[in-house]
Design a protein around this ligand. Structure first.
Ligand code: GRG
Ligand code: ZN
Length: 314
């Protein structure tokens, strides 16, 4: 079997830095904060976070902070959003620099986006989605500020998005999708509410996502894609059903999506690589305990040692 090209992937992620002369110059301008989280978390799983200039990263992150609202934007001068606020908090946790945050203001931003039905809007424009429930809950949990929202109502809303097939959608009645399932299972896991899930039913739906090529897909009749190695596998782990998929076949599928020459991982074999699928491929292998990788936490999407550090500070 092809092995994981650790050094090539490190070089690939660092090369995105060199292209535009700073690490933060990751491809997608409007969601650079997410890109930074994907790249840096991948480097940490590959045990190479020390290769980046941490001060440069931290000052860039803080320049994306909007003092007025308390939220973070996807890039300097852009509008704040829950998606980027979670990424910023995750990166600061990764770099062990949560101390520079104004926790009260960031938590106020997040809690201010909760609606009366318990759901969360992504920003002031109001779009509601279970993705934002996850972002809010994960972010506040890292900041140890879950008491700033109505957790019971947040859980009720997520449960109202559960379908008869055991999965979850983005709003009540929305079709089950592996990405939304990760968000709902992750949020329920963090809030100690997994008893709302029928584990056998959801586990069955999730393990049915494994295709004949060994890869996982996001919904019935769809093609396999490396990113679902994260969305599906992390959910299966959280509900204790990961032994229902064939890990060997999935490992081979991910390793087959590597660019063995220039580094990086693509969505499926022979496609172009990107930092997003590089992260999900490496994170998926970490979930399957591939040798030499840091173990990643399936709910927080951060290495386990990082999660332990913010819950059990020295
Ligand atoms: C910290 C890991 C982490 C996440 C933050 C943003 C977020 C929370 C979660 C997003 C969950 C989600 C909805 C993921 C799905 C992304 C995706 C590949 C969507 C495309 O779906 P389809 O079904 O495409 O249109 P395919 O290609 O699968 O047919
Ligand atoms: Zn994908």
């Amino acid at each position: 079997m092809e092995e994981l090209k650790v050094d090539k992937h490190i070089q690939y992620i660092l090369s995105i830095e060199k292209e535009k002369d700073s690490f933060m110059a990751l491809t997608m301008e409007h969601l650079r904060m997410n890109g930074a989280y994907w790249g840096l978390t991948t480097l940490d799983i590959l045990q190479n976070i020390a290769t980046v200039d941490q001060n440069e990263v931290i000052s860039w992150i803080m320049s994306c902070w909007d003092e007025e609202s308390g939220g973070f934007a996807g890039n300097v001068g852009h509008d704040p959003h829950l998606l980027y606020t979670l990424s910023a908090v995750q990166i600061l946790a990764l770099l062990n620099r949560l101390d520079i945050l104004n926790v009260d203001m960031v938590s106020k931003y997040v809690s201010g986006l909760q609606n009366v039905d318990g759901s969360f809007s992504g920003d002031v424009w109001g779009e509601v989605d279970t993705r934002f429930s996850y972002c809010a809950i994960c972010c506040l949990s890292i900041l140890r500020s879950l008491d700033k929202i109505n957790v019971a109502k947040a859980v009720d809303y997520i449960v109202s998005c559960k379908n008869l097939d055991g999965g979850f959608g983005c709003t009540p009645g929305g079709e089950s999708h592996a990405g939304q399932i990760f968000c709902c299972v992750g949020a329920l896991s963090i809030t100690g509410s997994l008893h709302h899930i029928d584990k056998d039913l959801l586990g069955w739906w999730l393990c049915e996502r494994q295709c004949s090529d060994g890869g996982l897909c996001g919904r019935p009749e769809k093609l396999s894609d490396v990113c679902y190695s994260w969305w599906v596998l992390s959910s299966l782990i959280m509900i204790d059903r990961v032994h229902w998929i064939d890990k060997n076949k999935l490992t081979k599928f991910i390793l087959n999506c590597q660019d063995c020459e220039n580094g990086g991982i693509s969505d499926r074999p022979d496609d172009a690589v990107d930092v997003y699928h590089t992260y999900f491929g490496v994170a998926g292998l970490s979930l399957m305990e591939y040798p030499g990788l840091k173990t990643i936490d399936p709910a927080y999407a951060l290495p386990v040692d990082v999660v332990n550090r913010f819950f059990f500070p020295e």
